[in-house]
Design a protein around this ligand. Structure first.
Ligand code: 5GP
Ligand code: MN
Length: 338
C-alpha cells in the first residue's frame, strides 16, 4: 500500500464513519481475528463499525473480545443488508474475491461504499478502491498490524486488538511453523504480547477446548487416511454419515488435513468432507515445498488459496470426487515424486 493511499485513508478516517468489516464465508481464526481487531481499533475513534460475517464460525473462536457484537448475514440478513446499504466504508479482510462471501456478495457488489481490501491470498480481484494485498504475508492479522503501523498508530493497539491479532497469526501459521512465518512475524507477535496478548491463554482457548466426540471423529479420520507413496500424497475422507455418527459441529474438522502432511515423505495432503446440506464435498489441500495447491484447486476443484494451503469444492459425490482426485494426480508426477 503506497503512502498516498494511506494518507487518503487517514483523511477518510478523520471523522466518524459508518463502517462494515467483512470476513470470508466459513471464517477461520485469521478472518475473525483480523475483522475484530480492526473493529476494536476503529471503535476507539468513535466510528460506527460492525463486523458482518457471511455465516457462523466455530466455538473455539467465540471467546474473542467483541464476539458478541458480530452480526451474521445468514441469520440476520435484513439488519446486515441495512448496515451494508448505509455504510460509507467497507473493509473486506482475508479474502480476494467477493464471491468468497457467498450470499452476501450481491449486497457488497451493489453497495456504493468505498471498499478497502486487506488480504494475503493469491490473485486478488480489483473491486476495492484501496487494495492492500501481499501474498508473502503469514496472515491478514499480520497485515492489519502493518496497516495500523502505516497509520502511525501502533501505540493504540490495546489488549483486545493484540489478542485478536495474535489469534489470527497463530492459527494461520499453524502456531508459527509454516514457511510463511518470518522473523518479522515473530517480531510482531512479540510486540502483541507486550501490548497484552496472553499467548498461553489464547493457545488454550483455541486448541485445548476439544469435545470428546471431536477427538473420536479425528480417530475415524485417521483410520480413513490413505497414502499413495509413489506420488508422495495422502488423503482423508469423511462421509456425512461419519460426521453424524460423531455429532459433528462446525470447526470440528479444522486441522485434520495436516495429519496427512505430517507423514514422512508426504508433500501433498487432502481431505474430502461430504456436506449433504450444501450438496457438495468440501476439499482442503495442503502441500510442502513448491507444489502449488492453489493452482491445483483452481484447475480441478473450483477453489484457490495459497501455494501451500488451499480449499475448494466438488459437486460430485464423495466417491466420484476421490476417484477424480486419484485420476488427476499422475499429471503431477514430476512435481510430486521428489
Ligand atoms: P481451508 O482448506 O482451511 O478451508 O482453506 C485453506 C486456504 O484456502 C484458506 O486460506 C482459505 O481462505 C482458502 N480457501 C478455502 N476454500 C476456498 C475456495 O473455495 N476458494 C478460494 N479462492 N480459496 C479458498
Ligand atoms: Mn488468512
Amino acid at each position: 500500500m503506497i503512502k498516498a493511499q494511506i494518507s487518503e485513508i487517514k483523511t477518510l478516517l478523520g471523522t466518524p464513519q459508518d463502517i462494515v468489516i467483512v470476513p470470508h464465508k466459513n471464517p477461520d481464526g485469521d478472518a475473525v481475528g483480523s475483522t475484530l481487531a480492526l473493529y476494536h481499533y476503529l471503535k476507539a475513534y468513535s466510528h460506527r463499525a460492525t463486523v458482518v460475517a457471511p455465516n457462523d464460525y466455530p466455538d473455539f473462536l467465540k471467546w474473542l473480545p467483541g464476539n458478541d457484537e458480530v452480526l451474521i448475514f445468514e441469520s440476520q440478513q435484513e439488519a446486515c443488508e441495512a448496515l451494508i446499504h448505509k455504510a460509507q466504508l467497507i473493509f473486506t479482510l482475508d479474502f480476494n474475491a467477493l464471491h468468497r462471501t457467498g450470499d452476501m456478495a450481491t449486497s457488497l457488489e451493489q453497495s456504493s461504499a468505498t471498499k478497502i481490501m486487506i488480504d494475503h491470498h493469491q490473485q486478488p480481484d480489483t473491486y476495492a478502491k484501496y487494495t492492500y494485498s501481499d501474498v508473502s504475508m503469514s496472515s491478514t492479522c499480520e497485515m492489519v498490524y502493518n496497516f495500523i503501523e502505516l497509520l502511525g498508530d501502533l501505540d493504540n493497539i490495546n489488549s483486545e486488538i493484540a489478542t485478536c491479532l495474535y489469534t489470527g497469526i497463530m492459527t494461520d501459521t499453524g502456531s508459527f511453523r509454516f514457511p510463511s512465518t518470518t522473523s518479522r512475524t515473530h517480531h510482531v507477535v512479540g510486540d502483541l504480547m507486550e501490548r497484552g496478548a496472553k499467548n498461553s491463554e489464547i493457545h488454550n482457548q483455541v486448541y485445548d477446548t476439544n469435545s470428546y466426540s471431536r477427538l473420536q471423529l479425528l480417530g475415524r479420520a485417521l483410520q480413513n487416511l490413505k497414502v499413495i507413496p509413489e506420488l508422495c500424497t495422502a488423503y482423508i475422507t469423511l462421509s456425512q454419515a461419519e460426521l453424524d455418527e460423531f455429532n459433528f459441529k462446525k470447526g470440528d474438522t479444522e486441522g485434520f488435513v495436516n495429519y496427512g502432511l505430517s507423514l514422512k515423505d508426504i508433500i501433498f495432503a487432502a481431505i474430502f468432507i461430504e456436506n449433504e446440506q450444501e450438496g457438495i464435498v468440501k476439499v482442503s489441500l495442503r502441500s510442502k515445498g513448491t507444489f502449488s495447491v492453489n493452482a491445483f484447486s483452481r484447475a480441478h476443484f473450483n477453489g484457490g488459496g495459497h501455494t501451500n494451503a488451499a480449499g475448494g469444492r466438488s459437486e460430485e459425490n464423495l466417491q466420484i470426487t476421490v476417484e477424480k482426485f486419484i485420476s488427476i494426480l499422475p499429471q503431477y508426477k514430476n512435481e510430486l515424486s521428489q
